[in-house]
Design a protein around this ligand. Structure first.
Ligand code: HEM
Length: 127
């Protein structure tokens, strides 16, 4: 049986696996390589921080993913199918490496955030 997501090193492995899938995916890789030219040495630990805060209730993440994706959406539109692919790759990366309540929660949280993001991207900016 596979282990659950328990600490930062588990998240590092997960994020590494997830981005390998993202970067070899023909439908969404361009966001990360062309729309934004990411500095991976900064981005990867930031994403690990985000999930450490979100799932493990600790971690140094201070940021606003909604604003980041609203900006991204202005540069290149984030469509519903992009979110579907993103979530599919996230779920695959988790299921290939982990099993347990935290792994389930990571899938559930990502779906909730993706839903909220899509709502925010549709609604007009608040005054
Ligand atoms: C269509 C799906 C998505 C695409 C193409 C996408 C793409 C990106 C890109 C290109 C960045 C870097 C932006 C920059 O640094 O300027 C980014 C940042 C980030 N994304 Fe996404 N994303 C998607 C969905 C999601 C979802 C569903 C989540 C959370 C569950 C998420 C979490 C984050 C976080 C935490 C950051 C870092 C924000 C920061 O720097 O503080 N993304 N995303």
């Amino acid at each position: 049986m596979q282990k659950d997501i328990l600490d930062r090193s588990d998240l590092e492995l997960l994020i590494d696996q997830f981005y390998k899938r993202v970067l070899s995916n023909p439908e969404i890789s361009f966001f990360f390589t062309e729309v934004v030219e990411l500095d991976w040495e900064t981005h990867l630990p930031r994403i690990v921080d985000f999930w450490e805060s979100n799932l493990l209730g600790r971690g140094p993440y201070k940021g606003n993913p909604m604003h980041v994706h609203i900006d991204l959406n202005k540069r290149s539109k984030l469509e519903h199918n992009h979110f579907e692919v993103w979530l599919q790759l996230w779920e695959e990366s988790i299921q290939a490496n982990f099993d347990g309540p935290m792994a389930e929660l990571a899938i559930k949280r990502a779906k909730q955030i993706a839903q909220l993001m899509q709502l925010k991207l549709q609604s007009p900016p608040s005054l």
